[in-house]
Write a protein that binds this ligand. Structure first.
Ligand code: 26Q
Length: 820
């Protein structure tokens, strides 16, 4: 596809390599003899960026000319990873670029990888936002992402004696080739101060302090590069110049301090997922990017329309969790205080425009702010929230709800008056509210949003998550992608359900052989990475069994490592497998993931994994039969190696707690079999791949809820399980802690006494399923038939499908396949 840009020389006439060399010299400022890998990476990036700009300007012009409905995705997090390979792929330049890099006598991987991951997120929610950006561009939705340009993304994880340590990540140190600074796009964000009302009741908010939000844009190209959207990230800076009076008084340091304070807002990502802390700076971050984004979209809106009456017909806003939920009172404030709408009309317009995605049911993860803090920072917004609550009360009474029920679902509890509850705020202020898997959406209706759902029965809808097949198959697994394309052509890349065409090949000997060869090569690549980063040598004939995700009790990495201990004990007791009548199937247990810095128990789980690894990996009786690996500093780039190289995917959360999961989808697409509970999107994966091809065990969500409700204790189960008893006594006798008997005391209390996350009642079923998988792996034809069927049947889990569904059912926004 060719775009014509006025005043721009046609870049397609210039060979790609020439453009790269020109950038190396004139943009990077080096010649070939002195250029290092990073310099080449920048030169290649700038060359592909030039081509993206053509489609970018073109897309902007088309969307404007057609007055296409715009979609704004507001997210505190975007977990992007590296961008060069992604952009080369979508622009169709990957092979040309690789050939050129090689022709310069350079190592292609080294050059392509000389880019820091953009890790502006914690985990699944942030990665979903990145997949959605790719899919909005691919499906032709006029979508724009809004977030924060954190100077420091998620911390870098290191291990010290097996314990997690955190270091700041400085991803911008070498510059960011993809961003365009837009110093002219700047908004004031106010905090604190007071509110006055004039005779007609019109409010004026005079903030006590303000900071500026400056835009940085990144182009996001979809598959084949013709549609290019924007990710706009806000950076904080001091409002106005440094105070000159202060400066002249000689107190230059005080003036500089003001600057540092203002810039603090976009300094660092909060690293806690699921355990929000009510910190003032976090609230300011939320206000900062939400207000800047709303101001920006309304400024754009006014270039087309002269009033906000029909905002919701032309603009759809998606709130990624409650983090931008302040958008509800902020939009109402803008409509009332700046544009003269009545409260009722402002609320209506807001409820035509905003939509909210919920990503968790964990009670401790539901955002709430102390009312006093909220009022201190946002006095006008608190007044508006009180108006929302008053209006909502009338609505609820009219629908016959009981006063006590209403109190429970208002934004602020009318009698307790303590917290501003952001989930209720987002729900009440939105047109549609969605969950991220069928089970999660069902549980939203039954539990946290039960009463709000009764009041608005059409508000909650499901939108099952998906993953982009460009990054998570085409780019991370070129071997498998090539094999698929050889068989069915490349139509699957933006129409993933075409993968079904390979299903008939699942039992084809030649195809199986080729598929296995790809998996072996990917396992070798993974083994090389493990060797390089940990010094551990892996046997690629072993089952590569992988659990990669944030460390959390509900995700149950501790159940996995307990199973490793049990397997270690079993091998020790019967090294050749003579007693059980079969040799042991070699297995490698791979873990990676970060723990929130303040989450002690999660850090203890990491320590336990490393303690078990130290014993198991150095036991001569065990040899290659079992290895345990913890890879530090998990990120998107590491996932791109781990996922294609794994045989088995661990999706073992306590049923009812994982909203969806998206790693589960990436593994299955790449032909790993899943061992998992009936939780999140695993349930729908079961429907799609079929029960013979996924390994489901354990308690169901309702059974978990029932046990938690009656505080069922694990003691009975432990009493009847010699396997569990042995594990528990080893954890208290120092077997894995150099004789130190106290180290796992909290662990034993947590799991042995309370076991809220049901590790003990699920353990035997988990163990049994693992042994069944050991047996299956020894029948390679049977194993790979299932693996191929997983790849063939995962097409529905493309984020392109998810985005089209949001566009049709929530945003009412056009895309390339609208009406077809
Ligand atoms: C909130 C307030 C203050 C500080 C931090 C936070 C915070 C930050 C991140 C709260 C939650 C998160 C992240 C949540 C998350 O990643 N949820 C995951 O979302 C995925 C995409 O929908 C799902 O697949 C996962 O199941 C869900 O856990």
């Amino acid at each position: 596809i060719k775009h014509k840009i006025d005043d721009a020389k046609d870049l397609h006439d210039e060979p790609f390599g020439d453009v790269v060399l020109r950038h190396l010299i004139y943009s990077v400022g080096k010649d070939k003899t002195h250029a290092e890998a990073r310099d080449w990476n920048v030169a290649v990036s700038l060359a592909v960026r030039d081509r993206m700009v053509e489609g970018w300007i073109d897309t902007t012009r088309h969307v404007y000319a057609r007055q296409q409905k715009r979609v704004y995705y507001l997210s505190m997090e975007f977990m992007i990873g590296r961008m060069l390979e992604d952009n080369l792929t979508n622009l169709g330049l990957l092979s040309e670029a690789k050939e050129f890099i090689a022709s310069q006598g350079l190592d292609v991987e080294t050059v392509l990888h000389a880019e820091q991951d953009a890790a502006l997120g914690n985990g699944g929610l942030g990665r979903l936002a990145a997949c959605f950006m790719d899919s909005m561009a691919t499906t032709g939705v006029a979508g724009m992402g809004y977030g924060i340009r954190y100077q420091h993304g998620i911390f870098r994880q290191t291990l010290e004696d097996g314990w997690q340590m955190e270091e700041p990540e400085d991803w911008l140190f070498e510059g960011n080739s993809w961003e365009f600074r837009r110093p002219e796009v700047v908004y004031e964000i106010g905090f604190g101060g007071h509110v006055t009302h004039d005779a007609d009741g019109k409010a004026t908010w005079t903030p006590a302090e303000s900071v500026q939000a400056v835009a940085f844009d990144m182009p996001i190209a979809g598959w084949e590069g013709d549609h290019v959207n924007t990710l706009r990230l806000w950076s904080a800076r001091q409002s106005g110049m440094m105070n000159l009076d202060t400066f002249n008084d000689g107190d230059f340091m005080a003036a500089a301090r003001q600057q540092v304070l203002a810039e603090t807002i976009s300094k660092v990502l909060y690293p806690g997922d699921h355990t929000p802390q009510g910190r003032e700076l976090r609230l300011k971050q939320e206000v900062f990017f939400t207000s800047a984004s709303l101001q920006d979209m309304l400024r754009r809106f006014f270039t087309n329309y002269d009033n906000l009456d029909n905002l919701g017909d032309h603009v759809a806003v998606q709130l990624n969790d409650t983090h931008p939920a302040i958008a509800v009172p902020e939009l109402i404030r803008i409509l009332m205080d700046l544009h003269g709408y009545t409260f009722e009309r402002a609320l209506e317009i807001t409820r035509e425009t905003l939509h909210y995605t919920n990503h968790t049911l964990l009670p401790e993860a539901l955002e709430k702010w102390p009312k006093d803090l909220f009022e201190h920072i946002l006095p006008r917004h608190l007044q508006i929230i009180n108006m929302i609550d008053g209006h909502f009360y009338q609505e609820a009474m009219a629908k016959g709800l009981d006063h006590h029920i209403i109190a429970g679902i208002q934004v602020i509890h009318p009698h307790q008056q303590d917290w501003v509850r952001m989930g209720n705020l987002a729900f009440i202020g939105s047109r549609k509210v969605n969950g991220v898997s069928a089970l999660h959406t069902e549980l939203m209706k039954q539990t946290v949003f039960h009463d709000l759902h009764t009041m608005y029965p059409d508000k909650i809808i499901n939108q099952t998550n998906g993953v982009t097949p460009r990054r998570w198959l085409l780019e991370c697994n070129p071997g498998l992608a090539g094999l698929i394309t050889e068989q069915i052509g490349d139509g699957w890349i933006d129409d993933l359900e075409q993968l079904q065409k390979i299903a008939p090949l699942a039992t084809d000997a030649a195809f199986q052989k080729a598929y296995r060869a790809v998996k072996s090569a990917n396992k070798q690549r993974l083994a090389d990475m493990v060797q390089e980063r940990t010094g551990i040598t892996l046997n690629t004939d072993a089952i590569f069994d992988t659990q990669i995700k944030r460390i959390h009790e509900y995700k149950r990495q501790h159940m996995n490592i307990m199973e490793a201990i049990a397997l270690y004990n079993a091998i020790k007791a019967d090294p050749e497998g003579t007693k059980r009548g079969a040799a042991w199937q070699p297995r490698v247990k791979i873990f990676a993931g970060k723990a929130a810095p303040s989450y002690f128990f999660a850090k203890l789980i990491i320590k336990l994994i490393n303690d078990v690894a130290a014993v198991v990996n150095n036991d001569p009786d065990i040899g290659d039969k079992l290895k345990v690996v913890f890879l530090p500093n998990y990120n998107v780039s590491m996932a791109e190696v781990l996922i294609p190289g794994s045989d088995l995917s661990e999706q073992i959360s306590t049923a009812g707690f994982e909203a969806s999961g998206t790693g589960n989808m990436k593994f299955a697409l790449n032909g790993a079999l899943t061992i998992g509970t009936l939780d999140g999107a695993n349930v729908e994966m079961l429907d799609h791949v079929g029960e013979d091809n996924i390994f489901i065990f354990g308690l169901k969500a309702d059974e978990v809820a029932e046990r938690q409700h009656r505080r069922a204790r694990p003691s009975e189960v432990i009493k009847n399980s010699p396997m569990l008893q042995q594990i528990m006594s080893q954890l208290s006798d120092g077997t894995f802690s150099d004789g130190e008997t106290e180290r796992y005391r909290d662990f034993l209390t947590n799991v042995g006494d309370h076991d809220y996350f049901q590790v003990i009642p699920d353990f035997q079923a988990y163990w049994d399923m693992q042994r069944q998988l050991d047996g299956l792996y020894q029948n390679a034809e049977a194993w790979f038939e299932k693996a191929i069927l997983n790849t063939a049947r995962m097409g529905w889990f493309s984020s392109d499908r998810t985005i089209r569904s949001y566009a049709d059912q929530i945003w009412r926004a056009p895309h390339k396949m609208s009406g077809t």
